[in-house]
Design a protein around this ligand. Structure first.
Ligand code: BJW
Length: 228
């Protein structure tokens, strides 16, 4: 068997579901009370900033209260043991990978505990609320928004992510529906680069047929089994 030197793991909301953070497209999904275009687009924010700020204030509090589960922890152990390059590309805005021990994490859709001042373009770590319009610690303006990639905005670190996926020997996708691009296109890039591709998910994703192998079940069981 070929030696594995470069692993890229793509994660989605499913890996944090068992930590109590809701997924997006399940029946009890996050958008049931709030349609996605009301809260996760720049147009929605322009229309009703108070609603969007309240929504992310609640998400921020949920992230702070959540704990990494067995899947995050297994990836943290892999990170400590693996001799090659391991990169985690997450669509999640929580910090459960970092708290589970992963060292190289790209948050392609932004971070819930980061806020971005539109007046001075500085980002700050933030665990409180934005709904009450706090002043930016750097410039004093009340112009901070969640540091989140909404629909129509450019995901973070794409050049580095695509380069790492093209170099990967193994690409593993965990807990994502494959409904949102460009993240959903990474498996095709991995295939083009000759990587082995593995999907771990509760149910088959939209691009399931693109993977060499799919294992179905909860992440808290499948990920430790795969790592050990
Ligand atoms: C479990 C489990 C358990 C549950 N164990 N598993 C074609 C190409 C490029 C772009 C587009 C395109 N077509 C359309 C677009 C535009 C758009 C897009 O993709 N739209 C689609 C609806 C079609 N994309 C964009 O606008 C992106 N930007 C962009 O494209 O810029 C221009 C560009 C063009 C070309 C190249 C490069 C750039 C930006 C997308 C931003 C997404 N933002 C959100 C919200 C913000 C974050 C937040 O508030 O948290 O990100 S939307 C939402 O969906 C969130 C998620 O990160 C993202 C993905 O969802 P995810 O993680 O897959 O969750 P679910 O709920 O869908 O699935 C959960 C899965 O877990 C399920 O499969 C369950 O079975 C499973 N599961 N429990 C294991 N216990």
């Amino acid at each position: 068997m070929a030696v594995i030197r470069n692993i890229v793991i793509l994660t989605g909301a499913g890996i944090s579901a068992e930590s109590g953070l809701k997924t997006f497209r399940a029946e009890d999904g996050l958008w049931e009370d709030h349609p996605v275009e009301e809260v996760a687009t720049p147009e929605g924010f322009a229309r009703d900033p108070a609603l969007v700020q309240r929504f992310y204030d609640e998400r921020r509090a949920n992230i702070v209260a959540a704990e990494p589960n067995a899947a995050h922890q297994a990836i943290g152990r892999l990170d400590a043991q693996f001799g090659g390059e391991l990169l985690i590309v997450t669509q999640n805005i929580d910090d459960l990978h970092e708290r589970g021990g992963a060292r190289r994490v790209h948050h392609m859709h932004g971070e819930g505990l980061s806020v971005w001042c539109r007046a001075c373009d500085v980002r700050h770590r933030w665990t409180g609320t934005l709904g009450d319009g706090p002043a930016c610690p750097a410039c004093g303006e009340a112009a901070m928004r969640p540091d989140i990639v909404w629909f129509g905005e450019m995901p973070y670190d794409l050049d580095r992510i695509f380069a790492a996926v093209a170099q990967a020997d193994l690409f593993v996708s965990i807990g994502t529906s494959g409904a949102v691009y460009p993240a959903a296109g990474l498996v095709a890039e991995a295939n083009r680069g000759g990587a082995r591709t593995l999907e771990l998910n509760l149910e088959r994703s939209a691009g399931s047929h693109l993977f060499d192998e799919t294992r179905l079940g909860p992440a808290s069981e499948l990920v430790p089994q795969w790592v050990e």
